[in-house]
Design a protein around this ligand. Structure first.
Ligand SMILES: [Mn+2]
Length: 440
């Protein structure tokens, strides 16, 4: 088959730079009048008309001469409805959009340079995650290591707290061959600098040394001093911030890193459904073609052990709904991931605006996982108000959790019996939800 060279017909007074853009793609013919336009021979791939030269009559004449050629007019909605096969496109706005995108990237690049300087002197640094590393935090750590041009010898990815338990997270770590170290607070002293991703210094209290940089999308709690801080609460995932960083400095994003970041954005935004904004969608769209979709599928259908499925089923069967709130008591569990899974499930119940799953994790902490439908009071704010004084509590608009040491529960309600805890948590939510509703 013969491949035809693209031919563009410009009618009217155009900025020569615009034609410059097209001449790299094919032949450009530029005429100033309609008569000239209708005197051309051969066919065109596209006709482009300046707005003041356009009229419906002209487009009709052109369609007779060039019946298979689409027409684009530099114009917008105030020119009325375009005739068939004509599109109005405001060129100046297209160019401004592109320029503001470049401006944003250039600005981000300056930030990345600042971040690189903060860690440049460290021989060995630590990228520290919160105690229950989730895909967003793991992917962000990998991305940060790439941004800082480091490897597993010069930048250790670590976390305090328990072993990772969620099957999907284990599958992610295994399939993508991610090296993570479980540390205690003494270990954190052995590094030349510390970077936090997806978490902020107050989370750790006094258990770690001074932090050098923080990148997060959770709201700030308390004040702290770090040399570099990037908090973007409008983003659905820290992976989105990291992706923008990577793009601004034009480093190559490996298949492994792209897969991790896609999964990070996907889980933190529940497949772009929860707290996702245009940046998350943009980052996701950029990464998706670079990711290994086979791995992604295998991570997402990671296996759950049979005894946990039984526990899940039993707890769900015993759920109760009160005032549009779904409650699910899970009892004693070893692995925390069951709670958010159940809370996610509960929010799908009919007529429900809030979903609360709670239980005792590791025999020592009451963990409460909360979801809402998104248009009610912020879940993060609600749990901070209710439980902020007793333990760690926080999250986003539609997803949050509280972790309260059992000894603090005992102080508050003089008991740690299951029945008392269930009643207490239920009452807390029902009374606070009522005030939340009154305040709109
Ligand atoms: Mn996150």
């Amino acid at each position: 088959m013969e491949t035809e060279v693209a031919r563009y017909l410009f009618i009217g007074e155009f900025d020569p730079s615009l034609m410059g853009l097209f001449s790299s793609r094919g032949e450009v013919i530029w005429v100033s009048s309609v008569e000239e336009a209708l005197n051309q021979t051969g066919n065109f791939s596209l006709v482009i008309i300046e707005r003041k030269d356009f009229s419906p009559e002209l487009s009709r004449d052109l369609s007779i001469y060039y019946p298979k050629t689409p027409i684009i007019v530099n114009g917008d909605g105030d020119m009325g409805e375009p005739p068939p096969s004509v599109r109005f496109v405001p060129f100046h706005r297209l160019l401004t959009g592109q320029i503001s995108r470049e401006e944003k990237l250039a600005r981000t690049e300056l930030r990345v340079e600042e971040l690189r300087r903060v860690h440049s002197d460290a021989k060995k640094m630590l990228i520290l995650l919160h105690d229950n590393p989730d895909p967003d935090s793991i992917a962000s750590a990998l991305g940060l290591r790439t941004i800082l041009r480091r490897n597993k010898q010069t930048a250790v990815i670590g976390h305090l707290g328990e072993n990772i338990s969620r099957p999907e997270n284990l599958a992610m770590i295994e399939l993508l061959d991610i090296d993570m170290e479980k540390l205690n607070s003494e270990d954190t002293k052995g590094f030349d600098s510390i970077a936090l991703v997806d978490v902020q210094p107050p989370y750790f209290g006094d258990s770690i040394p001074e932090v050098d940089s923080t990148i997060d999308h959770h709201p700030s709690v308390g004040t702290y001093n770090v040399r570099f801080v990037e908090i973007m609460t409008q983003e659905g995932a820290t992976s989105t911030i990291i992706t923008e960083y990577l793009r601004s400095v034009q480093v190559e994003i490996s298949e492994r890193l792209a897969t991790a970041l896609v999964y990070g954005i996907k889980t933190d935004t529940v497949s772009l459904n929860r707290d996702a904004n245009a940046d998350d969608v943009e980052a996701f769209t950029f990464l998706y073609p670079l990711a290994n979709l086979g791995f992604l599928r295998r991570i997402e259908r990671a296996e759950m052990p049979s005894d946990e499925i039984k526990c899940f089923g039993k707890a769900l069967a015993n759920h109760w709904v009160n005032d549009g709130m779904f409650f699910c008591w899970v009892g004693k569990v070893d692995r925390e991931y069951l709670l958010p899974k159940m809370a996610d499930f509960g929010i799908q119940a009919k007529g429900v605006e809030w979903s609360v799953a709670f239980g005792i994790v590791g025999g020592s902490h009451l963990v409460i996982s909360i979801r809402n439908v998104g248009y009610v009071k912020s879940a993060g704010r609600l749990v901070r108000e209710m439980f902020g004084e007793m333990g760690s509590a926080g999250g986003h608009r539609s997803a949050a959790k509280a972790v309260i040491p059992l000894r603090n529960v005992k102080k508050a309600i003089k008991s740690t019996s299951e029945k008392r805890i269930i009643n207490w948590v239920t009452e807390q939510f029902l009374s606070t939800a009522i005030t939340a509703a009154e305040n709109g």
